[in-house]
Design a protein around this ligand. Structure first.
Ligand SMILES: Cc1ncc(COP(=O)(O)O)c(C=O)c1O
Length: 275
């Protein structure tokens, strides 16, 4: 099986310096994008999040046309894959101190599609809660930054291959997100998803689902969702850019229905022309 195709600062290769701040400190940001029929899905949304993330981290953003060109070069021949873009602050600065002028490292890589079974969308997945907590950090909340140890430790909590996702809470026991997904619940026909102003990743698919719900006239509410409230949810589903929407059919041994709201959103998402 061929490995990923990778461009490092525009050149084919797979190495960056050990002095790179991405390696030293996780000082950088990334995007993970679904590729279908040679095109990265929802490109503009991913570029907007990347640009706003760079701004928040005071990191010079890569040129949009350059990224589009490199992504196009890798994706052209791909029927299905996952494109990952990583931007780090590069080499420089003494210790944690920011370099006066950053020289970012830009990595664009195309990986094979993960090949999840169709049944995950059609029938749903099994999920659990993780013990690992997400810590409050409003300064980094929402960002898809490179510090992912919370998720690595959380994912290390289970090896049962029939469990597809682990949900994570904050210190106050509010459910925030999955290790690699955002979480929605349906109550009384309305869609609820956690507020991510203190921790969590502001997912692209989360944004798309919220927009679709609004277009469909489904009421939405973004708020704190206590972990215990998950028990009384009528429907639960997970989102990310690669999987789209996965209904949760079981959480901590409790069964959930694949209900009308989830079904409708899956249907509309499948028909959506990507921007
Ligand atoms: C921790 C975490 N939350 C949420 C998401 C969903 O984000 P997106 O919809 O942009 O893929 C991801 C994606 O990998 C993630 O790793």
């Amino acid at each position: 099986v061929a490995g990923p195709s990778i461009l490092v600062n525009g050149e084919p290769g797979e190495t960056v310096s050990v002095l790179d701040r991405g390696f030293q400190y996780g000082d950088g940001i990334f995007e993970t994008i679904r590729v279908a029929d040679g095109r990265p899905d929802f490109w503009e949304r991913h570029m907007a999040r990347l640009a706003s993330g760079c701004e928040r981290l005071r990191l010079p953003a890569p040129d949009g046309d350059l990224l589009r060109c490199e992504a196009g070069q890798l994706c052209e021949a791909s029927r299905a894959g996952v494109l990952k873009i990583v931007v780090t602050r590069g080499i420089g600065g003494r210790g944690y101190r920011l370099p006066e002028k950053a020289d970012p490292t830009r990595v664009v890589a195309l990986f094979a599609a993960p090949g999840y079974p169709e049944s995950f969308v059609r029938e749903g997945v099994r999920a659990r809660f993780c013990r690992a907590r997400l810590s409050d950090q409003p300064m980094l909340a929402g960002l898809k930054h490179l510090n992912r140890l919370d998720q690595v430790m959380a994912r290390g909590e289970w090896s049962d291959e029939t469990i597809q996702e682990g949900l994570m809470c904050d210190a106050a026991n509010n459910m925030i997100e999955g290790t690699m997904t955002n979480v929605f619940i349906v109550r009384g026909g309305a869609l609820h998803t956690p507020d991510l102003s203190r921790c969590g990743v502001l997912g692209i698919m989360r944004g798309i689902v919220l927009d679709l719900a609004q277009q469909l006239g489904i009421e939405t509410e973004i708020r704190a969702i206590p972990r215990d409230e998950m028990k009384s949810a009528a429907e639960i589903f997970l989102t990310n850019s690669v999987i789209g929407i996965w209904p949760v059919r079981e959480l901590e041994g409790r069964d959930y229905r694949l209900g009308d709201v989830t079904r409708k959103l899956i249907e509309v998402l499948a028909r959506l022309a990507t921007d």
